[in-house]
Each structure stands twice: as structure tokens, then as C-alpha cells.
Design a protein around this ligand. Structure first.
Ligand SMILES: Cc1ncc(COP(=O)(O)O)c(C=O)c1O
Length: 347
């Protein structure tokens, strides 16, 4: 099976497993785990922040960040299909009591004007105050799209002017950084809080970080405990993170190259693919011209030995490259995907 469903499908390599086996550990809740401490130090540096806090998942990192930045009744603005709105089970409402204001956007990116048009100014009676703006980079639902740094700077400047706190869901920030050539420290440094996921392209079995100022991270640590995320000998897992930050960032360029080759091969074979959209490790296939339902198409692909997955868009599927996908897999997928979809399209 060529598993292109998601970059969450990576398995730890023998080298990563060796790092896990050799990890020095301690009580993480007491800040006595040297490997967790080392991971948090390195991640903070990479994300342009004073401190970072190790948590089990990027969902928890986002939820802790939002809870840290807002109070119940405050509003958070984000793109309508952003992960915090679409895929965290209403967590911003449940954990932080936030009102959500979704923005309709192209490629997952909104503009300073959209922020200005959306922000509610309140005198403290009746109207809920808009307090947080959340950017997702790369943007999952739009197909791993990257925010140009100038656009980030523009929305951040407007958010600052309007007194909004700024969160970056950078679950795939390293993909954005490698693809754009803009250092992650430059991107992350613009925000109050930053999420980074270790278990996607970076290849760890689990783990994520939330980063911010020392003051905000002191609050984030409280919420981590409150949410049940404070761990014990977590260095066993953090060791994979330290390994990944050393070895698996630059190589994300290989995943991006493979995604591009896959997209080009599929397009040449007549599969509806938008090459413009392929900026990182996602390729989106539009089934509308093929008159196939996503369910039918996924079943046919699976029978042919290729795993793809659904997207937020009703007629688009996605293929995601990652650490466990080889050049040979791409060559094979370029043959198998058109065969699986074409067989139906021309039946
Ligand atoms: C942009 C984004 N943020 C957060 C997450 C949450 O990651 P996890 O499933 O590890 O909690 C994901 C997962 O796909 C994501 O794509």
C-alpha cells in the first residue's frame, strides 16, 4: 500500500527508535525530564519565542494557546476551514468559551481588510470583544498552502493595531519555512503563541509544542496540567522530537519535490490537478470532472494499492507525501492513480 492519506502516517525510523531507547528521563511534571527540557529549549529557539511547552498533540497545543490568549465570551477570528474551527470538536468553545468568527478566504489566507471588517469594538456591554486572530501555516484544508511572509507581516501589523492577540497554528510550520525559504524563527516570532506538531512531516510517533513568552507559557503550563496533559517520563517521546528537529527539517524539501512530481505526473496523465496549489507536500485531485464521488474514488484507489483521503472540499481528494514515501512510490502512484480513477471515469 502506498499510503498518501496523510503525513501523520509516518513510523519512527530505526535511528529515531535508537534515540528513543537512549533517552534520559525524569519527572516531566516537575520539569525534571532533561530530554523534555532540551526539546522545549530547542523548539522555542526555532519558533522565535522565549519558551515552549511539550504536549501530546497539536490539537492540545492549539487549545491551550487559545485558552491562554482569551477569556470566555471573547471572539477568535480565523479562516473558516482552519483546523481549530473544523477539526477540534468545537474545542475553542468547550475549553476556552470562545466565540468563533470564520472568514471566507482563498488559499487559507485572509487580509488586513477582512480583519478590520470583522473585528467588533465593544464598550463592555452587549457586544462580545474580538480578542484573538489565528493564522494557519501551512494551511491544511486549502492543500498545504503557504502564507507569504509579507502577508503575515500585514495581518500581524493590523492585529497589533487593533489590540488583538495572535496565534499561529504552525502544525506544519517547518514545511512552510522550508518551502518559502523564510526561517521559522522569523515566521514564529510575529505571534504571541505558536503550535508546532512533531508527528506529521517531522516523523515522530507523537508530540507537539506550544511556544510563547515566558509569561504566557507559565499560564500555558497551568492549562496543560488542567487539560490532563502534564506527563511523567515523557523524555521517551521527547527524544524523538529532539532527533526530528536535528534530522528531519531540511529533508521536508524532498517531500515537497515528490508532491510536485506526483502532481505533474498526474496532470500529464489527465487527472484533474491544480499545479498552482502544490506548494508543499499536498496534492489535491478534483473529482468533479471525473463524475466520481470521493467515497467511490477512495475505494477504487485503495483496491489499486494507493491510500488518499478526503478534504474539506466536497469534490477534492488529497495525496500527502511524507518521510515514508519513496521516489519509487511516486512513480508507481503516477501509474496507479490514473488507472484507478480513469477506469471508472471512462467506464
Ligand atoms: C493545521 C493543523 N493543526 C493542528 C492539527 C492537529 O494535530 P493532531 O491531530 O496531532 O492533534 C492538524 C492535524 O492534522 C493540522 O493539520
Amino acid at each position: 500500500m502506498i499510503d498518501l492519506r496523510s503525513d501523520t502516517q509516518t513510523r519512527p525510523t530505526p535511528e529515531m527508535r535508537a534515540a528513543i531507547a537512549a533517552a534520559e528521563v525524569g519527572d516531566e511534571q516537575k520539569r525534571e525530564d532533561p530530554t523534555v527540557n532540551e526539546l522545549e529549549r530547542r523548539a522555542a529557539e526555532l519558533l522565535g519565542q522565549e519558551e515552549s511547552v511539550f504536549v501530546p498533540t497539536a490539537t492540545m497545543a492549539n487549545e491551550i494557546a487559545l485558552r491562554t490568549l482569551g477569556e470566555p465570551g471573547d471572539e477568535v477570528i480565523a479562516e473558516e476551514n482552519s483546523h481549530i474551527f473544523l477539526a477540534e470538536l468545537g474545542g475553542p468553545a468547550v475549553h476556552a468559551g470562545l466565540m468563533t468568527r470564520p472568514l471566507r478566504c482563498t488559499a487559507g489566507r485572509f487580509t488586513p481588510e477582512q480583519i478590520r471588517d470583522t473585528v467588533r469594538v465593544t464598550d463592555g456591554t452587549h457586544v462580545p470583544p474580538t480578542k484573538i486572530v489565528s493564522v494557519e501555516n501551512t494551511h491544511n484544508a486549502s492543500g498545504g498552502r503557504v502564507w507569504p511572509i509579507e502577508e503575515i507581516e500585514a495581518v500581524v501589523a493590523t492585529a497589533r493595531e487593533l489590540g488583538l492577540r495572535r496565534h499561529l497554528d504552525g502544525a506544519r510550520l517547518m514545511n512552510a519555512s522550508v518551502a518559502s525559504g523564510v526561517p521559522s524563527v522569523t515566521i514564529g516570532g510575529h505571534f504571541d503563541t505558536v503550535t508546532l506538531c512533531l508527528s506529521k512531516g517531522l516523523g515522530c510517533p507523537l508530540g507537539a509544542l506550544v511556544a510563547g513568552s515566558g509569561e504566557l507559557m507559565a499560564t500555558a503550563r497551568r492549562f496543560k496540567h488542567l487539560f490532563g496533559g502534564a506527563m511523567r517520563q515523557a523524555g521517551i517521546v521527547a527524544a524523538a522530537g529532539v532527533y526530528a528537529l536535528e534530522h528531519n527539517i531540511e529533508r521536508l524539501a524532498e517531500d515537497h519535490d515528490r508532491a510536485r512530481r506526483l502532481a505533474q505526473g498526474l496532470e500529464a496523465a489527465g487527472v484533474p490537478v491544480d499545479l498552482e496549489q502544490v506548494e508543499t507536500n499536498f496534492v489535491q485531485i478534483d473529482l468533479a470532472p471525473l463524475a466520481l464521488s470521493p467515497k467511490e474514488a477512495l475505494a477504487r484507489l485503495w483496491e489499486h494499492g494507493v491510500g488518499l483521503s478526503m478534504t474539506a472540499h466536497p469534490t477534492r481528494l488529497r495525496a500527502v507525501t511524507h518521510l515514508d514515501v519513496t521516489d519509487e512510490d511516486i512513480e508507481r502512484a503516477v501509474e496507479l492513480i490514473p488507472r484507478a480513477l480513469g477506469a471508472l471515469a471512462h467506464a
